[in-house]
Design a binder for this molecule. Structure first.
Ligand code: SF4
Length: 224
């Protein structure tokens, strides 16, 4: 019995350390038991959005038009996380609405789901100027809000789209080409990295690999 309690305490400690490392110092959820349904979510996505406010936590706020918070089903089983908003997203305030977004919609529909059934977000919520890569400090400032979104939604599966999403979520420096096709664990959530739709637009010959990853996700969803 003591051994069991020690195991639970050590598990809890490492989870809290993990959250601290992601910049989260208070939990939006009460009464959560890992791996169990959580009927007492005390924070909603609307409240996370309210807390984000007219965010000026990193320098991306200076050049953005709109904050692209994320959209979709607050109870989604599957969440897609990309890199950051581009021009169209910045103008419309919605994630993945440009050409890459249209391809993502097709990818989602290929496994018989709709955009409304999943949740779509990005590593950073404001457009990096000229679509440059987000900088480590920008990712660090924005990440606590993405983590809170994940805590509220509690997806079973996250599909990380591209290098920055995969590297940030998995805390690794590995290349997306080495990560895709594999499955990882993020505190009980299955993370499946795949190529970013924008990369597929430039390299259509890689679509087959994404299709393989999506088939894996579709199979996983059936077991949830
Ligand atoms: S990218 Fe994130 S942290 Fe930076 S200003 Fe936008 S919302 Fe705030």
């Amino acid at each position: 019995m003591d051994e069991n309690i020690n195991e639970v305490i050590s598990d809890l400690k490492s989870y809290l350390e993990y959250l601290k490392g992601m910049g989260i110092h208070s939990l939006p959820i009460s009464g959560t038991v890992r791996g169990q349904p959580n009927p007492s979510r005390v924070m909603t996505l609307e409240e996370v959005r309210k807390e984000l406010g007219d965010c000026k936590r990193c320098k991306l706020h200076r050049t953005r038009r709109t904050i692209v918070f994320g959209e979709g089903n607050e109870r989604a089983t599957l969440m897609f996380i990309g890199e950051g908003p581009g021009y169209d997203e910045d103008v419309q305030g919605r994630p993945f609405v440009g050409k890459a977004g249209q391809l993502l919609t097709k990818i989602i529909e290929s496994i018989k789901l709709s955009r409304e059934e999943v949740y779509i977000a990005n590593i950073v919520k404001c457009r990096p100027p000229q679509n440059r890569n987000p900088e480590p400090e920008e990712i660090e400032r924005c990440n606590p809000f993405l983590m809170k979104q994940i805590l509220v939604i509690q997806p079973k599966i996250i599909c990380a789209l591209g290098t920055f999403a995969a590297q940030t979520l998995l805390k690794t420096g590995s290349k997306i080409s080495d990560l895709r096709g594999k499955m990882f664990d993020l505190e009980g959530i299955k993370v499946i990295p795949t190529y970013h739709p924008a990369f597929l637009l430039r390299n259509p010959e890689r679509k087959r690999e994404v299709w393989e990853d999506m088939k894996k996700i579709a199979e996983l969803i059936k077991t949830q």
